[in-house]
Design a protein around this ligand. Structure first.
Ligand code: GLN
Length: 513
């Protein structure tokens, strides 16, 4: 098996036994990026020299017998909204096109401490708002299984770079499905941890009560390895939970006995493509053959998930994104041009004797905010800011935001009840496999409705994983398992059990071969 076809776990063994060097591995992946990324567009940035320099330093330390971190020498790609000292963190937005972070996010700091090779920064929907990566201000990302299709989103670059074997591991973020859905569409494994499991310090906020960073990889074993490194309490994120981090990578291969799975009645309604339903039902049979019991359960409020999510997330976004004002950092409008224009307008009005109108002209400061934001944000981000501002405004707050919070609680209660009956909830990730690029860009509602199976986990704060479970006309399909809060250890074991019995996760697109 060639290097780029190995799993991260296998590569780590080769590194530890000094049969392969980090320079060899990193070069192989860089070659793959240089060969295929011009057509895939997964990376916003990568730097061959910088990556090889990190690899060389790790090889040298290994040669000297120095202690090394858990990922020593393994390449990891990072979604471009986790800060890294001195590097650009653009969130795929024009407003942050030139923003260099003065500090490391905790996830990046942990990757560095684990001696990972940070190989590059991946493309995404602007500020993680979207499900196809088409909202990136900079480039499109193409699905390695079919370049005319989307890789999913918002972590589309993070999923595509693993699928095309450009890196063994990558980090995405998931606010309403952005790790699981692109993992499903690209045929890789992606885990959204429990809210509070991974620190959000330095994760540029979209919706703070929903955002979580997590791993994308080929296998559950590899996801376990990466989660083990990035998880844990962080005093700089008050919402990160002070609970011990299990050694996920040690336990992941232990099968679970007496597993009980809940198949959600409401999941198999109109809108779900028959091939996806078929693949999910086949996967359920695989679990049954492994000794699992399956029962039908109900999550009665899940039908409100999309409506609740598209109130809560935009409300939080409208508040979080208020910080991009063109003054503190990020894009600023051309001030000289703005002043010249405003002065000319004022003069014109005064000359025409329209003093009242001249007085009503916006102050230069407000105009600076307005122009900087109008120029810096893309259409989807503006849509969310407007939705959120509207729903939070006086008179609408109770009817929309407050109501949404109440239903959010009911969704969480549904899961609490379900997890008294079963260990995991099993079902689809997305209503369909990857769709064509351009197909839904003009129909935001159609795009939002695709998130029906993923948003509830974020609203409830629970963990969820997507694992490959079949194909429809050559396009991968994802299976979702959801677990109660902080049950990632068993969730990963359940995913690994399935991957021991099936080989969907070993299938690679032609360019990944
Ligand atoms: N597709 C969802 C949205 O557009 C989820 C995004 C995410 O998880 N970051 O908001």
């Amino acid at each position: 098996m060639s290097m780029i076809h190995s799993t991260a776990t296998q590569l780590l063994q080769e590194l530890q036994a000094s049969r392969l060097s980090s320079v060899e591995i990193t070069s192989a992946y860089l070659d793959q990026i240089e060969r295929h990324d011009p057509r895939v567009g997964a990376f916003l940035r990568f730097d061959r020299d910088a990556a090889l320099q990190q690899a060389r330093a790790i090889d040298e330390r290994r040669a000297k017998g120095q202690p090394l971190g858990k990922l020593a020498g393994l390449p990891v790609a990072v979604k471009d909204l986790l800060t890294s000292t001195g590097e650009l963190t653009t969130c795929a937005s024009k407003i942050l096109a030139n923003f260099r972070s003065p500090y490391d996010s905790t996830v990046v700091a942990k990757l560095k401490a684990a001696d990972a090779v940070l190989i590059g920064r991946t493309n995404m929907d602007e500020f993680a708002m979207g499900g196809s990566t088409e909202n990136s201000a900079f480039q499109k990302t193409h699905n390695p299984w079919d370049l005319t299709r989307t890789p999913g989103g918002s972590s589309g670059g993070a999923a595509a770079c693993v699928a095309a074997s450009m890196t063994p591991l990558s980090i995405g973020t998931d606010t309403g499905g952005s790790i699981r859905q692109p993992a499903a569409m690209c045929g890789v494994t992606g885990l959204k941890p429990t809210y509070g499991r991974v620190s959000r310090f330095g994760l540029v906020a979209f919706a703070s009560s929903l955002d979580q960073a997590g791993p994308l990889a080929w296998t559950a074993d590899d996801a376990a390895l990466l989660l083990e490194v990035i998880a844990g309490h962080d005093p700089r994120d008050a919402t990160s939970v002070d609970a011990p981090v299990p050694a996920y990578s040690q336990s992941v291969r232990q099968p679970l006995a007496g597993l009980s799975l809940g198949l959600v009645r409401e999941h198999f309604a109109a809108g779900l493509e028959p091939d996806v339903e078929q693949a999910v039902r086949e996967a359920v049979k695989v679990y049954e053959s492994l000794g699992a019991t399956v029962k039908e359960i109900s999550l009665p409020h899940s039908k409100y998930g999309v409506a609740v999510y598209y109130l809560v997330a935009p409300c939080e976004a409208s508040s979080n994104l208020a910080r991009y004002d063109g003054v503190h950092y990020g894009h600023r409008t051309d001030e000289a041009a703005m002043h010249a224009e405003l002065n000319a307008k004022r003069k014109q009005l005064v000359a025409a004797g329209k003093h009242a109108e001249a007085d009503k002209l916006e102050s230069p400061l407000v105009e600076l905010y307005r122009r900087s934001r109008a120029e810096g944000f893309g259409p989807e981000v503006k849509r969310r800011i407007m939705l959120g501002t509207y729903a939070l405004s006086a008179g609408y707050y109770d009817a929309y935001y407050l109501k949404a919070l109440k239903v959010r609680r009911l969704i969480r209660d549904d899961f609490d009840r379900a997890f008294q009956e079963v260990d995991f909830v099993i079902g689809p990730v997305s209503t369909s496999p990857a769709f064509k690029l351009g197909d839904k860009v003009d129909d935001p509602l159609a795009m939002y409705l695709m998130d029906i199976y993923t948003v509830s986990a974020n609203l409830a704060g629970i963990a969820g994983i997507s694992i490959p479970c079949g194909f429809s006309r050559g396009l991968p399909i994802g299976l979702q398992l959801q677990a109660k809060p902080f049950d990632e250890e068993r969730l990963l074991r359940a995913a690994a059990m399935y991957q021991t019995a099936t080989d969907w996760h070993t299938k690679r697109p032609t360019m990944g071969k």
